[in-house]
Write a protein of this length. Structure first.
Length: 110
């Protein structure tokens, strides 16, 4: 059974990658938060999904929000032992579960 099939089975039971809870876009997480990638979705751009997967945003990967630029865009994420900077539109394509760490808003309440 592939990782994607296993995660899909867990998702049907309400636990993707061992975590319960609702999916949230990666772009909604605050600095310091950690989550597990559930899926990468794009509206009509399979190239974007392939590129994000090539960068390490695959189901089951743990992602941490490292820091956010002063105007909230771009954001630095740590995935698979390296840091990558994404714009909010790209990060919104990555759906996560199992958020831990910081709350869903930054210190300014955004």
């Amino acid at each position: 059974m592939s990782v994607a099939e296993e995660l899909a089975g867990r998702e049907r039971r309400g636990t993707v990658a061992g975590y319960g809870g609702a999916r949230r876009p990666l772009s909604d997480l605050a600095p310091g938060a950690r989550a597990t990638v559930a899926e990468v979705v794009t509206a009509g751009s399979p190239e974007t999904a392939r590129r994000l997967a090539a960068l390490g945003f695959t189901p089951g990967a743990v992602v941490e929000v490292v820091r956010r630029a002063p105007l909230r865009d771009p954001v630095v994420y740590r995935v698979k032992d390296y840091e990558i900077c994404l714009r909010r539109a790209q990060a919104a394509c990555v759906h996560t579960v199992g958020t831990s760490g910081a709350s869903g808003t930054d210190r300014a309440g955004r």
